[in-house]
Design a protein around this ligand. Sequence first.
Ligand code: C5P
Length: 222
Amino acid sequence: ALEIKIAIDGPAAAGKSTIAKITAEKLGYTYIDTGAMYRALTHKALVHNINTRNGQELEKLLEETEIVLRPSINGQAVIVDGKDVTEDIRSQLVTASVSSVATHMGVRQLMVDKQRILAIGAGVVMDGRDIGTAVLPDAELKIFMTASVEERAMRRHIENEKRGFTTSLEQLKAEIAERDRADSEREVSPLRQAEDAVLIDTTSMSITDVAEKISELAEKRM
Ligand code: C5P
């Protein structure tokens, strides 16, 4: 069978990475979490005290940064300049700052170049906000995954509790809504459903259902 490229886009906490990981594993493809790359740069910028509104400084920082996504038992490890930052990039502070970093055109251009290189040659499942519209416009399968903001906040809440910390559901809902707003309203490749993307509303679907649906769609395009 032909190896294809699968683009999964959608708002924050819609389950994209969970589904992308499962799909990649099923098909023996490479999973690429592009959000982790923006998070990695954001984390480094915070460590270096660089203002997330300063596009030029961020671009310069990214040029001298090595970001490696490495397959691991939990899906993917993120290595920045040789240091494992897989956990660090999920912090509240990074989450609250990443959308600001992701608004800058120069930063996005460099990221898109890196992401396209990672997608060359093999079957890939790539998730993010602009994969179907900007990074891989010729992907054989494009998915736009959504769920209600209440459902997304609830899933994140449960996930956090499993990891051992309590978060306020209302606060999570507000944070997710704010990140969606910033990602949808930015000028450079805002969060959009590509014209040829299949919309999947996962609000009342199980992980297994969503993964199966995507596998079916993928097989038809191989
Ligand atoms: O997917 P995740 O929630 O980890 O992404 C973090 C942030 O990175 C998003 O809210 C968005 O601001 C940015 N992002 C982006 N383009 C992508 C992936 C992520 O702008 N392709």
